[in-house]
Design a protein around this ligand. Sequence first.
Ligand SMILES: *Cc1c(COP(=O)(O)O)cnc(C)c1O
Length: 228
Amino acid sequence: MDALNLNERVELVSSRIKQALMRCGRTEEEVNVIAVTKYGSIENMKEVLEHIRHVGESRWQDAQEKWERLGNNGTWHFIGHLQTNKVKDVLGKFEYIHSMDRISLAQEIEKKAAQLGITVKCFLQVNVSGEATKQGMAPDQVMAFAETLRKFKQIQVMGLMTMAPHETRPEDARPVFKALRQLRDEINARGIFDYAVPHLSMGMSNDFEIAIEEGSTWIRLGSAIVGK
Ligand SMILES: *Cc1c(COP(=O)(O)O)cnc(C)c1O
């Protein structure tokens, strides 16, 4: 894997995406790739941005220098646990936040976004697998949480996000992805929001093909693109 250069890794990933899409009869426009650049340098991110327009970072402390150099390039996704006191740093820079997981965070985003006059696109992070080390709300909290978010006018709920357990066979992630899709479908079936909630942010380097088969619309790829 690491013997490949960036070009070759991007090529390899796109052909694997195409094959997964073919297996389940979906089309390319339905799946977006976020290149997770958290493992790489500024130079590395610059190179990545020539191939992929969506980039993901998981800690503001690590992203800040990259943002200062490259922030006017591409679309930035915040994918890591977001501390409330970092909201002021990331809002207005990261167009998407994939880790909305608690009311206190929603309140802070609502307040700061109102000051900036912006709407923030968020994914509700769900800990489907129930692992203690994983962030996110429990699946049985999702509907109540979504109901609460209805009154947050600066927050647009794009979809749900999860991380499957890693260090396992990719196939083991399938029930996790399926459960996330069902939760999204339930939000829409109940008409919780007056808009559709179309997206599923799921699938990483180890399991993105399974995630695509289960309906992912945003896959987040770190090592498969950037290398280790
Ligand atoms: C690091 C990270 C990724 C990418 O992980 P890989 O396994 O390297 O693809 C995706 N999503 C989140 C939330 C991450 O923290």
